[in-house]
Write a protein that binds this ligand. Structure first.
Ligand SMILES: [Zn+2]
Length: 438
C-alpha cells in the first residue's frame, strides 16, 4: 500500500490531554496545519511518509503557549523600566516609542520572535506599535501565529512623530489590515491604546471598522484608578459600562489587563462574551485581578507579558508569578491553597490565550491546530515529578522547550531555530548596542 504524504510525524512521544493528564507513547501525524491522527507509538510509520520528523523520546508535548498581550515596540526597552518612578508611560514609554524607526522595529520583532519561539510561545497578540509593516515581515518569516495592531490614539500633546487625528489613526490600521490580515499566520485587530487617550469619535470609528471587517477590537482596560475615574466623573459610568453604552462590546472585543472590575463590569464581560487577559508581572505594580471569581463565572482570561520591558517574554515566568500572587492575595486569607490550580493557569495560557486570538480547541487532539511545544524532560530538575501539571508550573523554564511547532511547521527543533537567521539578528542587536551606547 502506498504511504500517504504528511508534513510532520512526531514519533513515540508523551503528550498532555485537555485535562493536563499524561497520554504515553504516541505517534502524532500532522498535515496542513492540523493534527491528522494520534496513534500508538510506532503505528503510524507504515501508514505515512513524513516530510519532517521529530523524535519524541523523553519529551512531553503540550499545546503552544499564547502571549495574549505584548508590545513589539518596547522590546529594546528591556531592563529599562524596573523600579522607575511614575509615570513610566509618560516619562519613558511614550518618548521611546516616538523615536522608533523601521530599522528598530525590524530588530525588535526579530528579538521578540526568537524569544517567543525559544520559550514555547506559538501565538502572540501585539497590542499596538509603530512601523508595523516592518514587524509583520519578520513575524511572517518567523512562522509564529500573530495578531498585529497599529498603536491607535488621538490624544493631544503627543510627540509629533506619533501625533495624529482619529481619521489618520484608523487609516493606518486599515492599511495594515489590507496588507496583512490572513497572510501566513497573521491577523490584524483594530486597537485603542487606552480609552483615556482616545476621543469618542475614535472609539466609535474603531468599533465600526472592526465590525465591518469582522475582526477584533482590543484596548488596555481598567488598569489604573486614574483611567477609571474620568469616566465615572464624565459619564457616571465605569469603562466597561461606557463601552457597553456605545455598543462596542461583544465576542470580538479584547480587554487587556482588566484588573479593577466592578461586579457589574464582570457581568457585562460574561454577558457579552468579551475576551480578557492579565499580564501578571506588569500588573504587580497596579492591582490584583479577581480571577478566581471570573473563572467561577466561566470567564477564562488569557495571560500576556505586556512586552519585554515588563519582566521579559517568558509565559512560564508569568504563570508562576500569577499563581503566587493569586495564592497570597486570594488564597491565604481564605486558607484555600487551591484558589488558582496549576491546571487552570495552564489552560489560561493556552486555551484562554487562543480565545483572545479568536481561536478554539487549543488541546492536542485529532482535527485540532498543530501548535505544539515539546518539553525536554531529560533534565535533572524534571527527572522526578509527581503531578505533571504542577511540575510544568513550578519547575519548567523557557530553556526546557526543545521543539516549537506552529501551524504544523517546525520553528525550532532541538533548540535550533529553523525559520529566522539568529546570527543575523544577533549581529543587528550588537550594532544597535554599539550605536546607542548601551
Ligand atoms: Zn500593554
Amino acid at each position: 500500500m502506498e504511504k500517504e504524504m504528511i508534513d510532520l510525524l512526531i514519533r513515540n512521544t508523551d503528550y498532555l490531554d485537555k485535562d493536563w493528564e499524561y497520554v504515553r507513547g504516541k505517534d502524532i501525524a500532522v498535515r496542513d496545519g492540523v493534527i491528522l491522527e494520534v496513534g500508538p507509538g510506532g503505528s503510524l510509520d507504515g501508514k505515512y511518509e513524513a516530510k519532517e520528523e521529530i523524535d519524541g523520546k523523553d519529551t512531553v508535548f503540550l499545546p503552544g503557549l499564547v502571549d495574549a498581550h505584548m508590545h513589539t515596540g518596547q522590546q529594546l526597552l528591556r531592563g529599562g523600566v524596573l523600579d522607575e518612578m511614575p509615570m513610566i508611560w509618560k516619562r519613558i514609554m511614550l518618548p521611546f516609542e516616538s523615536t522608533l524607526t523601521e530599522e528598530k522595529m525590524r530588530l525588535s520583532a526579530g528579538l521578540a520572535a526568537l524569544d517567543m519561539i525559544r520559550s514555547g510561545t506559538c501565538g502572540f497578540i501585539e497590542a499596538g506599535s509603530y512601523f508595523m509593516d516592518e514587524a509583520a515581515k519578520v513575524y511572517e518569516e518567523s512562522g509564529l501565529r500573530g495578531v498585529l495592531s497599529y498603536s491607535t490614539m488621538d490624544q493631544k500633546g503627543l510627540p509629533d512623530s506619533i501625533s495624529m487625528d482619529a481619521r489618520e489613526a484608523i487609516r493606518r490600521t486599515d492599511e495594515l489590515f489590507d496588507a496583512w490580515d490572513g497572510r501566513g499566520n497573521l491577523k490584524v485587530y483594530y486597537s485603542l491604546r487606552a480609552l483615556i487617550s482616545c476621543s469618542e469619535e475614535l472609539i466609535d470609528m474603531a468599533n465600526e471598522r472592526a465590525k465591518e471587517k469582522d475582526t477584533f477590537l482590543q484596548a488596555h482596560m481598567n488598569e489604573y484608578p486614574g483611567e477609571i475615574q474620568p469616566y465615572m466623573e464624565r459619564y457616571k459610568k465605569r469603562p466597561y459600562e461606557y463601552l457597553e453604552s456605545r455598543g462596542v462590546l461583544g465576542r470580538q472585543f479584547l480587554g487587556a489587563h482588566s484588573l479593577l472590575l466592578s461586579e457589574r463590569e464582570k457581568e457585562i464581560i460574561k454577558e457579552r462574551g468579551v475576551k480578557i487577559c492579565h499580564c501578571p508581572f506588569s500588573n504587580c505594580g497596579k492591582a490584583v485581578p479577581d480571577t478566581p471569581k471570573l473563572v467561577n463565572m466561566g470567564i477564562l482570561p488569557g495571560i500576556g507579558t505586556d512586552g519585554a520591558a515588563h519582566g521579559g517574554l517568558s509565559i512560564w515566568n508569568e504563570m508562576r508569578i500569577f499563581r503566587s500572587v493569586m495564592n497570597v492575595y486570594h488564597g491565604v486569607p481564605l486558607a484555600e491553597p487551591a484558589v488558582m490550580p496549576a491546571k487552570t493557569v495552564l489552560s489560561m495560557a493556552t486555551e484562554g490565550g487562543a480565545a483572545c486570538m479568536g481561536l478554539e480547541n487549543a488541546a492536542i487532539g485529532e482535527g485540532n491546530r498543530a501548535d505544539l511545544i515539546g518539553i525536554d524532560m531529560d533534565a535533572p530538575h524534571l527527572w522526578i515529578s509527581g503531578q505533571i501539571s504542577n511540575t510544568l508550573l513550578e519547575s519548567v523554564e523557557a530553556g526546557d522547550v526543545k521543539h516549537t511547532v506552529t501551524g504544523g511547521k517546525i520553528l525550532m527543533k532541538n533548540r535550533e531555530i529553523l525559520t529566522l537567521d539568529e546570527e543575523k539578528i544577533r549581529f543587528l542587536a550588537r550594532e544597535y548596542k554599539r550605536k546607542e551606547r548601551i
